[in-house]
Design a protein around this ligand. Structure first.
Ligand code: KIV
Length: 270
């Protein structure tokens, strides 16, 4: 089983007839191990702040949290490429901090690459990271760390000038040396135009079918997160229902003293 690398991801764009890249999020060893041979890329997203920590946005996630979750996920992967989000304000203040923090995500977090949000505004930082050997995945369009600046989680690129500025972001990322970029929450036509324009793979979420790959939050498409059902998520399973059914059955057997039975117990004579 050969490892998916930044090089194989970048090269997948130029291979004719290559199937789209498949990416999912994971935050722990158990899920990482389950998805490893089924996907190309596992992202330890800062969505951990919402999915695991219960916050209403990603802004309070700390670098230490990302290092911890990345390390857990790394233990479950043998084949998939592991990319980790740089949390809010871990790369925006200055290039020195960005390099130091990205370095910790690769060394202590055992990630293969980092993902950062933004285009033109972070291009210089990305150039420096790439120069020192830190692979960077870009993320443009709806950038959740800018939720307050954007006025909420809204589809981006609705006007011609907004579309032009997102195209400029994509070009800036490509010029800065990203090996792939996430396009989030933008119209299909804009995602298609960017995908045709840039030479690195685009990975869409809420960006339609014309990207070079797709990513979703695992808990969303497994139907584990019942509070959240945006248009771009398809539920491929209903695991919240299954989980509640199983926990209900366990609770009822314990209360009725039907569990544990003899087969689940240890005895001095067996
Ligand atoms: O944090 C995250 O999970 C992400 C993906 C949804 C792209 O950035």
């Amino acid at each position: 089983m050969s490892r998916v690398t930044t090089l194989s991801i970048r090269n997948s764009k130029v291979v004719e007839g290559m199937s789209p890249l498949v990416a999912v999020t994971a935050y722990d060893y158990t899920f990482a191990k389950l998805v490893d041979d089924l996907v190309d890329i596992v992202l330890v997203g800062d969505s951990v702040g919402m999915v695991v920590q219960g916050h209403s946005n990603t802004l309070s996630v700390r670098l230490e949290d990302m290092i911890y979750h990345s390390r857990c996920v790394s233990k479950g992967l043998q084949k998939a490429h592991l990319v980790v989000d740089m949390p809010f304000m871990s790369y925006q203040v200055n290039i020195e901090d960005a390099l130091k923090n990205a370095g910790r995500l690769l060394s202590e977090g055992e990630a293969h690459a980092v993902k950062i949000e933004g285009g033109v505004a972070v291009a210089k930082t990305i150039t420096k990271m790439v120069e020192v050997g830190i692979p960077v995945m870009g993320h443009i369009g709806l950038t959740p760390q800018s939720v307050h600046a954007l006025g909420g989680y809204r589809v981006q690129g609705k006007t011609a000038s907004a579309r032009e500025s997102i195209i400029q972001d994509a070009i800036a990322l490509e010029d800065a040396g990203v090996y792939a970029m996430v396009l989030e929450g933008i119209p299909v036509e804009l995602a298609k135009a960017i995908t045709e324009r840039v030479k690195v793979p685009t990975i869409g979420i809420g960006a339609g079918p014309n990207c070079d790959g797709q990513i979703l939050v695992l808990q969303d498409f497994l139907g584990l997160n019942t509070d959240f059902h945006p248009k771009f998520v398809k539920r491929f399973a209903q695991l919240a229902e299954e989980t509640r059914k199983a926990v209900g059955a366990y609770a009822s057997e314990v209360r009725q003293k039907n569990f544990p039975e003899r087969e689940h117990s240890f005895h001095v004579d067996s």
